[in-house]
Design a protein around this ligand. Structure first.
Ligand SMILES: [Zn+2]
Length: 72
């Protein structure tokens, strides 16, 4: 599953999840998260994207007030 956006972000994050700081492994679900939720004025740009495990994304989404506004 090659995806330019994910590939670029993986290199920037050196293969680690921005939330838990563990490496993404084969079979992990990787999701693109808005660092600043779009509902709070975050932009659709590389500066505002980060990669998270799906379960980390769920935790962040639950705590940053962007529930119901998931991006992936
Ligand atoms: Zn994680």
């Amino acid at each position: 599953m090659f995806n330019l956006r994910i590939d670029t972000l993986l290199k920037r994050q050196k293969g680690k999840c921005a939330h838990c700081d563990n490496y993404f492994k084969d079979g992990d679900s990787i999701e693109v998260d808005h660092t600043i939720p779009k509902s709070k004025g975050g932009k659709d740009s590389y500066n505002n994207w980060q990669l998270l495990h799906r379960h980390c994304h769920d935790k962040k989404t639950a705590s940053d007030g962007s529930l119901g506004n998931k991006c992936s």
